[in-house]
Design a protein around this ligand. Structure first.
Ligand SMILES: Cc1cc2nc3c(=O)[nH]c(=O)nc-3n(C[C@H](O)[C@H](O)[C@H](O)COP(=O)(O)OP(=O)(O)OC[C@H]3O[C@@H](n4cnc5c(N)ncnc54)[C@H](O)[C@@H]3O)c2cc1C
Length: 449
């Protein structure tokens, strides 16, 4: 039997980050992946969507080039080439991950892993894969998440896309109904709208992007509406029949014709198909319950990433992996979720870290909310002709930065400044004492304080 210090099930960001770190630190590590290394993030999530959105951004910039005194002539896109470039990038990054794990001495096994350990009494964990048994002192579960498919009558007969199919399409649909106005839905809405689809987003809540700052989500919705995306809030798709979909809003039903439906109604942790029932860890909400060191209730078993059902973001998964491996190595760093950046890669981008204005009000935290238009940043004005945007900062009574929310490009990049400040408990004065390069869009944070 092959014996290891650590066995990891799942080769997404949580699994591969943990494997490389464990290997580098001398732990004999084996990682099982049944599909492709990189998991959802690399193969059908973060990287593919951002590759497509970048192509859309380049196309849009070319269309709008005259605003910047540049003429481009006729501008066109080629979707099969955009998808082919996405596939090339995925292959390149996957090779990099494999090289990193190889260098760290990690053994990777392609195949479906199943936990065979029975009962808490058994110390070593046994995993079966491709008919072989592997034994490890510790086990890390990183099986990720999968889309939630709501039971809408007529949907399965009609057919629909999830993000996976949308990322492989060779044709831009004439019209697209996006069911669910969360991050994934809104990013795809932005992509297909830029390429000329007639896009409608249906969202059950009273605002899109429920986890982001509400005011900025509404502003983003307005920006996207101006570009032609139709939004139905407080609404749901109640049935589908061929091209006809019935949308219900406050008891009123309307019928619209669409050529494609994209379901983006959330994701749920993968808890089946790998023998979790033999371990029976405690669950919390719909994921595996973990403590601040990413330990499950089963001794020697850790869980990281989407399987915990908590943050469902790749960068959280990576940090959780570092905390879990650190704990195995004897470090006692705790996982902190205080400043996990959340980003919507639409054009314009929306990003936030720390508490939202709604959260501080609900929690009755005494605070000051400061905000400035993004046009106060010289660099933003240079690079974003006729664009609007906002930087909002929430400060506690003693000046501690509690939350930062930004609408405007490149919010995804400058939000890191906010994340660092919040995580490190910095006060407005501490950040004001830092010299920012000029001109940089990030200066807006310093200006707003
Ligand atoms: C369209 C889309 C866009 C996204 N965009 C972003 C973004 O911009 N930024 C961001 O931070 N997050 C984004 N996410 C979320 C991000 O992809 C996930 O949070 C991240 O992939 C979670 O990592 P993970 O390691 O927990 O799981 P996953 O990446 O889901 O990996 C789990 C792996 O486990 C494997 N596995 C499962 N069971 C077994 C088994 N029994 N044996 C062997 N292998 C097994 C699976 O095949 C899979 O490869 C996006 C997601 C989607 C769907």
């Amino acid at each position: 039997m092959n014996t290891y210090d650590l066995a990891i099930i799942g080769g997404g960001p949580a699994g591969y980050a943990a494997a490389e770190l464990a290997g580098k630190n001398g732990l004999k590590t084996v990682l099982f992946e049944k599909n492709n290394i990189g998991g959802v993030c690399l193969n059908e999530g973060c990287i593919p969507t951002k590759t497509l959105l970048h192509s859309a951004k380049v196309y849009q910039s070319a269309v709008e080039a005259a605003k910047y005194g540049v003429s481009c002539g006729a501008v066109a896109y080629d979707l099969p080439k955009i998808i082919a470039r996405k596939n090339k990038i995925v292959r390149k990054l996957a090779a990099g991950i494999c090289a990193g794990m190889n260098k760290a001495g990690v053994e990777t096994v392609t195949g479906k892993a199943i936990v065979r350990t029975k009962g808490e009494g058994q110390k070593a964990k046994e995993i079966e894969c491709n008919g072989q048994i592997y034994s490890a002192a510790r086990l890390l579960l990183c099986t990720g998440s999968e889309p939630v498919i709501p039971p809408i009558p007529g949907l399965s007969e009609t057919g629909f896309w999830t993000s996976r199919e949308a990322l492989e399409t060779q044709e831009v649909p004439e019209s697209l109904l996006v069911v669910g106005g969360g991050v994934i839905g809104v990013e795809f809405a932005s992509f297909f709208n830029t390429l000329g689809s007639k896009v409608t987003v249906v969202e059950m809540a009273d605002e899109i992007l429920p986890d982001m700052d509400r005011e900025l989500s509404a502003l983003l919705r307005n920006e996207l509406s101006k570009k032609g995306i139709a939004f139905h809030l407080n609404a749901g798709v109640v049935s589908v029949n061929g091209r006809q979909t019935v949308i219900e809003n406050a008891g009123e039903k309307s019928v619209s014709e669409v050529s494609n439906i994209l379901l983006s109604t959330g994701r749920k942790p993968v808890l089946t198909g790998f023998g979790l029932e033999t371990l029976q860890p405690e669950l919390f909400r719909n994921g595996v319950k973990v403590n601040e060191y990413m330990q499950t209730s089963c001794p020697g078993v850790y869980a990281c990433g989407d399987i915990t059902g908590f943050s469902l973001l790749a960068h959280t998964a990576v940090r959780e992996a570092e905390v879990a491996v650190g704990h195995i190595l004897g470090k006692n760093e705790k996982m902190s979720y205080k400043a996990v950046p959340a980003v919507v890669y639409t054009c314009p981008e929306l990003a936030g870290a720390g508490k939202t204005e709604d959260a501080v009000r609900t929690e009755k935290i005494a605070c000051t909310v400061k905000q400035l238009p993004m046009t106060y940043s010289g660099r933003f004005t240079v690079e974003n002709e006729q664009a609007n945007g906002v930087c909002k900062i929430i400060e506690g009574e003693d000046g501690t930065i509690l939350g930062v929310h930004i609408l405007g490009n490149p919010a995804s990049e400058i939000i890191t400044i906010a994340g660092m400040s919040i995580e490190k408990g910095m006060k407005a004065g501490d950040l004001k004492a830092v010299i920012f390069p000029h001109p940089a869009v990030g200066e807006i944070i310093r200006e707003t304080l």
